[in-house]
Design a protein around this ligand. Structure first.
Ligand SMILES: Cc1ncc(COP(=O)(O)O)c(C=O)c1O
Length: 466
């Protein structure tokens, strides 16, 4: 009998040599980076799972599209392809190109928000939260209850809680100018949102006359989960499901560095003409002329091709099941992670592995640093360092619900053998247990501190006790 997928639906045409530098060198580099993994040179990283954003491998067709990209300043052929493809995939009328997702957020929120406002989301991604808060507005997470429980298996843990959304409207009413919904829910574990939830959220927004925008960086992965997990969706194509999802909302912001399978790019797409005009006027000041928005013609061409390719169900099956396979290997070692496996990443439960390190001493950062030290693998903390914030009601600093370490899998890049190596390394670091020390911040910038802050192991001693 023929074996079923997932098989890689591609073969390798270009390779890039990577190196596993000696442990002593990793130790020195980690100290020089002041335990901030963002500052470790990429050349000294063996497997880089810092992010799935802009780190994917482009296809031969995308590279070909780049070679034939039209670099005209205005109305280029590449722009026409970009605009037409986004209109077809999303169904929205107006397309505003941006150089990446946070530029789209900056543009949209800059036009719609001020300090009186409150923005509900299932869970704000860090740049989304920062772009809301930068305007003095409040970013309010309304994730469903099952999304807060790392061990609970549920099909759509990215769903927005309708009671929480309704409570937000009851409380803040006219202060809510838009609702955002992140698909899949990155900060909540790469968990999908169901079509049923999107319809319910859209109904609440429509009843209040408030627009709903999708943060749709991983819309195709979300559609794949809907096809597999939601009743009545199995027979539909990814494109059909995605189209229906987009139809629930009034617009979207997109980091094309994820599901458009490119290294740079983004856009806003929406139906409202007045807002689109306002955005285009701001775009010219901030990003560039409305037919390129901070991107080269070849980048626009690669996004258009990537958006066509990502709708291929065989690709998505391979992609998402590769992540699930990494989860199964971790299960074999009993390494705890947020269940079920996310679409683009595994989120290790650092609090469960390192109960002796309190959130204020960053268990996720400790695990991440040790993973690099032990194996040359780069992961990303998604916990108190990234998401500690001020509670608008109490004025107190609150830790996020979970202390996670994200292993984000770049698209079409690493083999299963390499991911087996990662799972083995995670088990070894977990086994260090109480020998791992927490960290303290030596210096931090005012916003998005995880990118630039400097840390040291508590008391200035070594990260791993002998
Ligand atoms: C859900 C989500 N929204 C927005 C962004 C920001 O996109 P970019 O990194 O392209 O600015 C990201 C990036 O990681 C993301 O995952």
């Amino acid at each position: 009998m023929e074996r079923e997928l997932p098989f890689e639906p591609y073969r390798v045409k270009v390779v890039e040599r990577i190196h596993r530098v000696p442990r002593e060198q990793r130790e020195r580099l980690l100290q020089e980076a002041e335990y901030n993994i963002f500052k470790v040179p990429s050349a000294a990283i063996y497997i880089d799972l810092l992010t799935d954003s802009g780190t994917g491998a482009m296809s031969d067709r995308q590279w070909a599209a780049m070679m034939t990209g039209d670099e005209a300043y205005a109305q280029s052929r590449s722009w026409e392809d970009f605009e037409a493809t986004i209109r077809r995939v999303t169904g929205y009328r107006h397309v505003i190109p941006c150089h990446q997702g946070r530029a789209a957020e900056n543009l949209l929120f800059g036009a719609l928000l001020d300090e009186r406002h409150v923005v509900p989301n299932n869970t704000h991604f860090d740049t989304t939260r920062a772009n809301v808060e930068f305007r003095g507005a409040v970013a309010l997470d309304c994730i469903c209850d099952e999304g807060r429980d790392p061990q609970r298996e549920a099909p759509f843990k990215g769903n927005m809680s309708i009671p929480k959304l309704e409570a937000a409207f009851a409380r803040y009413g006219g202060r809510i100018p838009l609702v955002m919904m992140t698909i899949t829910n990155n900060s909540g574990g790469g968990q999908p949102v169901s079509l049923a939830n999107a319809r319910a959220v859209a109904a609440v927004c429509r009843a209040r006359g408030v627009p709903l925008f999708l943060d749709c960086a991983r819309f195709a992965e979300n559609a794949w989960f809907i096809k597999r997990r939601e009743t009545g969706q199995a027979g539909r194509s990814i494109e059909e499901i995605a189209r229906e999802f987009f139809a629930q909302a009034d617009g979207c912001t997109m980091s094309a560095k994820k599901d458009a399978l490119v290294n740079i790019g983004g856009f806003i797409a929406l139906n409202d003409e007045a807002i689109a005009q306002k955005l285009a006027a701001r775009l010219i000041i901030q990003e560039g002329f409305p037919t390129y928005g901070g991107l080269a013609g070849r980048d626009l061409a690669a996004v258009a091709e990537g958006l066509r390719e990502v709708l291929d169900e065989e690709y998505l099956t391979y992609r998402i099941e590769q992540v699930a396979r990494l989860g199964q290997r971790l299960d074999g070692y009993g390494v705890p992670y947020l269940k079920p496996a996310g679409g683009h990443a595994i989120y290790l439960d650092a609090r469960a592995m390192l109960p002796h390190i309190p959130p204020a001493a960053f268990p996720g950062v400790s695990f991440t640093a040790a993973l690099y030290l032990e194996a040359g693998v780069r992961a990303c903390e998604i916990g108190s360092l990234m998401f500690e914030h001020l509670d608008p009601d109490t004025g107190k600093i609150v830790a996020p619900a979970l202390e996670l370490v994200r292993l984000a899998i770049p698209r079409r890049v690493y083999s299963n053998t390499q991911l087996d190596y990662v799972a083995d390394a995670c088990a070894r670091v977990r086994d260090l247990g109480p020998r791992l020390r927490g960290l303290e911040i030596v210096w931090q910038p005012p916003a998005l501190r995880h990118f630039l802050c400097r840390l040291r192991p508590l008391g200035g001693r070594s990260l791993i006790a002998v």
